[in-house]
Design a protein around this ligand. Structure first.
Ligand code: ASP
Length: 450
């Protein structure tokens, strides 16, 4: 069985919904579809989820929300009338939205999640109705009854372990299961959503629960590209990539799938296939556990801004047992997560996201490093970017780092940090933020155009 997730652009209007249903019906193994809320029809459009957030905010601020409600109803009624659905679906959608609007909004996070979930929930009902209207066996499945149990972290829920077994029951249904993405229920019965873009996570959870042969993630690009297409025109497409490579690239700014969405499929070894709803004949990109096809040494290059580094040194640091532990304890006491920790004999550098290291926190950490650990030299370098080259084949190739460093040095980019992950599938360079895009382009030239 194949589990298919369709993103917002694949459900933005009636024409897209027809395409999505054709895709489902063209392969009998496609038995489960996870749907997002209708997304943007054109770039200046507003996603239904954002319209719902505006509606929730209006109500929280004490307005009646009628104007915002009508914007949402227009989106659904355009779709329903073009799909020639009976008007009762619109009556049901409006009733559903009004009942959510009337619920208690004193806990704004809880209220917000219940409103946000309405986009996927009603879209799934509408798609199931459409499939029935053209004579196909399909049904909407309620995440509450199906057992999509999530932690009580509003806007950022995590799946509970018992969910998988409960959802496996869905395989008993003989028609097409239409399942809304993005939300589930807490053990106390409250609606709770994942973070934004979280329908990808729902799809991955269902694929894992049903032990699917593949998790197809349908979006609006033909494949994942080796570099951000906004930086390089027509970049090299990636036909196959491992979970580990994808994770490293996602970390440095690749934003194809929701970061957390890979875990459930990965744990079960289910391949993910990124496909294009607007071009279903394209093979897309396969995300797999082990690769067999290698197009080149490097799979992808990415860059992300907003990092800083705390450098510290102390003579004979290497002789002090437990020294790094004490440094990290100070960071932990301040609730500062860190990203990388390159070290020398007498020095340690801690790379962090700038957003977690405010000047106040910096002052406290520096004071403790001096007072408690007698650190001799400390400096903080802000406004750095991380540029990564990633590829499983790099681990077996001599001289990749040298080639990358050489090309950056020839281009006049100063390397503030170099760090190779222990798995040897990635090398990270820290550069000044203003060089980030330039460095990515130079590395792309070096590894893909020479
Ligand atoms: N509709 C939600 C969002 O826009 C979830 C999703 O599409 O995955 O974030």
């Amino acid at each position: 069985m194949k589990v298919c997730k369709f993103g917002g652009s694949s459900l933005a209007n009636a024409e897209q919904i027809r395409k999505v249903c054709d895709i489902m019906l063209s392969d009998p193994d496609r038995r489960v579809m996870v749907v997002s809320a209708p997304g943007k029809r054109v770039s200046e459009d507003i996603k239904v989820t954002d319209l719902l957030i505006a509606l929730a905010n209006a109500i929280i601020s004490g307005y009646d929300g009628e104007r915002e409600l009508s914007d949402i109803m227009i989106r659904f009624s355009d779709i329903a009338s073009e799909l020639e659905l009976q008007t009762d679906i619109l009556v049901r959608i409006e009733q559903d939205l009004r009942s959510r609007m009337c619920s208690d909004c004193s806990n704004s996070l809880k209220f917000m999640d219940s409103m946000k979930a309405a986009g996927e929930d009603n879209c799934a009902k509408l798609v199931a109705d459409y499939l029935n209207s053209i004579g196909k066996m399909a049904a909407y499945f309620d995440p509450r009854e199906s057992g999509m149990l999530l932690s009580e972290e509003f806007g950022n829920a995590q799946v509970m372990p018992e969910t998988y077994e409960r959802l496996s029951e869905l395989s008993k249904y003989q028609g097409i299961v239409v399942f809304p993405g993005f939300f589930g229920y807490t053990p106390g019965g409250e609606v709770v959503t994942f973070s934004r873009g979280g329908s990808d996570i729902t799809g991955s959870i269902l694929a894992a629960a049903l032990e699917a042969q593949i998790y197809e993630n349908w979006t609006d690009v033909d494949s994942v590209y080796s570099v951000n297409p906004n930086l390089i025109k027509d970049p090299h497409p990636v036909s196959e990539i491992t979970y580990d490579e994808m994770r490293e690239l996602a970390y440095a700014g690749f934003s194809v799938l929701h970061e957390e969405s890979l875990t459930p499929a990965y744990r079960k070894g289910i391949p993910v296939n990124i496909r294009n709803t607007n071009n279903p004949s394209a093979r897309g990109t396969y995300i797999v556990n082990h690769r067999v096809n290698f197009d080149g040494i490097v799979t992808g290059i990415a860059g992300a801004k907003g990092f800083c580094v705390l450098n510290m040194s102390k003579y004979l640091m290497n002789r002090e047992v437990g020294f790094a532990l004490k440094v990290l304890q100070i960071l932990a006491d301040e609730h500062i997560p860190f990203e990388h920790m390159p070290s020398g004999i007498d020095s340690i550098s801690i790379v962090m996201r700038q957003s977690v290291f405010s000047p106040e926190r910096e002052k406290r950490v520096v004071r403790r490093l001096i007072n408690e650990l007698a650190m001799e030299k400390i400096s903080v370098d802000r406004n750095l970017a991380i540029v990564m080259i990633v590829g499983e084949a790099m681990a077996r190739t001599v001289g990749v780092t040298a080639r990358a460093a050489n090309s950056l040095s020839k281009a006049g980019v100063n390397l503030e940090i170099i760090n190779q992950g222990s798995s040897e599938i990635s090398v990270m360079f820290g550069v000044r933020e203003e060089y980030c895009n330039y460095a990515v382009k130079e590395l792309y030239k070096e590894f893909f155009l020479r």
